[in-house]
Ligand binder design. Structure first.
Ligand SMILES: C[S@@+](CC[C@H](N)C(=O)[O-])C[C@H]1O[C@@H](n2cnc3c(N)ncnc32)[C@H](O)[C@@H]1O
Length: 415
């Protein structure tokens, strides 16, 4: 007996699958399969209305079950609709109802476009239409209306990343084999010869939105900073210095600093990214976390630190530039200095669930779209260090239980 919507959906899916399967077996038709010789289309004849209805219900119910099990936040991060550009989620209050014309009056779209966008969103479980012509928030649209970070994720995905994705095949034709971060789909979409970070530095509001989109990862399941805090021996660094290279607003350092009160930190990023960051540091950490504008493609100015930490940096860069970034550290490195990476590691095909692998394979393509980079398997990470300089000793890489990102450690061993 179903006790909740997800149990009800599971029952419906089982019942309808059994109905569909029974029909196929009774009529000597093959079972759906993606094997090489499997049927290329559904085998249910169009006049079998009852069986066709069962098939359609399976499609609907499996989609709804997937969304419910993901929950509003992960759902929005797994699949987005163009819902943020015109502020539709902010056009009326949570808990109220609004007509399409009310929403049009509060946005720059006309009523027809509002209705198109919103009814399309409703079939994706964003908003509801409790009575004909009137719209209300559901949990998904409410999250967009109330959570600026997830709103910025959807905005950056659709207005920045999707635009780049659409131009990526054109970029690959125009710049075959390029490792340059400014010869990408993103660069073509923006008609610029700057890379994504240089481009955003010209547009503070886009930079802020992209920064927030990155934060939505930090706040998502599997990206908790506790994995970084708990899975490297920060305590052994004692009262040493950690440089967070490309550390954005310094969220990772703040998490580490809370647990390890003897460590001090320098967070480096592009000037535009760290504006105002020092003021955001909680007062109890402010004396130990400092910010510095620095381009990591140039020589590292902080000499003799114990750890140079790169969280989600090198996956943004092609091998040519990763090597350059690592080599830029060398003049600053003391013997025994650790290079700690917290980044994606590609699995071998088929090891993870399809859902998990799909996220990584999608990220892999996104890296190409925006920076001509790509994700790497563990061996490729180790090789990068070797190519940068044989005095880097790649020591280990592991994925903490429940974490999406791996920790990888190399040590500078000049002799
Ligand atoms: C994917 S974000 C990761 C941020 C942060 N480490 C984290 O884990 O949230 C990449 C960061 O690299 C910074 N960045 C890009 N190009 C840079 C450069 N040439 N020098 C320094 N920082 C750079 C960006 O501003 C951004 O903050």
């Amino acid at each position: 007996m179903a006790t909740s919507r997800i149990a009800e959906l599971a029952d419906n899916i089982a019942t309808n699958t059994s109905k569909l399967n029974g029909y196929l077996v009774a009529n000597g038709l093959p079972s759906p399969s993606f094997d090489i010789d499997g049927p290329s289309d559904t085998l249910v004849p169009k006049n079998e209305l009852d069986i066709e209805a069962a098939r359609v219900a399976i499609i609907d119910d499996t989609q709804e079950l997937r969304r419910l099990v993901l929950g509003p936040r992960e759902y929005l991060m797994s699949y987005t609709v163009t819902i943020t550009r015109f502020g539709l989620t902010h056009a009326f209050a949570v808990g109220s109802e609004a007509s399409f014309s009310d929403i049009a009056a509060a946005s720059s779209l006309n009523e027809t476009n509002v209705q198109q966008f919103i009814r399309h969103a409703i079939v994706k479980d964003i908003f509801v239409e409790p009575r004909p012509g009137f719209v209300a928030h559901n949990a998904v649209s409410r999250l967009l209306a109330e959570d600026q970070v997830i709103y910025d994720w959807v905005g950056a995905s659709t207005d920045d990343l999707w635009q780049g994705a659409a131009q990526t095949c054109n970029a690959l034709e125009k710049f075959p084999g390029s490792q340059e971060s400014n010869e990408t789909g993103f660069a073509l979409a923006n008609q610029t010869d700057r890379n994504i970070y240089e481009e955003f530095s010209q547009f503070p509001s886009r930079a802020r939105r992209f920064g927030n989109a990155m934060r939505s990862f930090t706040e998502g399941t599997g990206f908790e900073l506790s994995h970084v805090v708990e899975n490297f021996s920060w305590g052994e660094v004692k009262d040493g210095m950690v440089v967070d290279v490309g550390g954005s607003q310094g969220f990772a350092c703040m998490a580490i600093a809370h647990k390890f009160p003897s460590l001090s930190f320098v967070v480096q990023d592009l000037e535009a990214v760290i504006v105002g960051a020092q003021e955001q540091v909680p007062p109890e950490l402010a004396s130990r976390i400092k910010y510095m504008g620095h381009d990591f493609l140039t020589e590292q100015p902080i000499k003799g630190a114990d750890v140079y930490f790169f969280r989600w940096i090198l996956h943004n860069w092609s091998d040519k530039y990763c090597i350059k970034i690592l080599q830029s550290l060398i003049p600053a490195l003391k013997p025994g200095a650790k290079i700690v990476l917290n980044d994606n590691v590609l699995p071998k095909p088929g090891v993870l669930s399809r859902w998990q692998e799909n996220r990584l394979r999608s990220m892999d393509l996104t890296m190409t779209e925006i920076q001509n980079s790509h994700e790497r398997e563990l061996g490729a990470w180790a090789k990068l260090f070797k190519l940068a300089d044989p005095r880097f000793e790649f020591q280990w890489g592991r994925q903490p239980a429940g974490a999406n990102l791996w920790l990888m450690v190399a040590e500078w061993k000049p002799s």
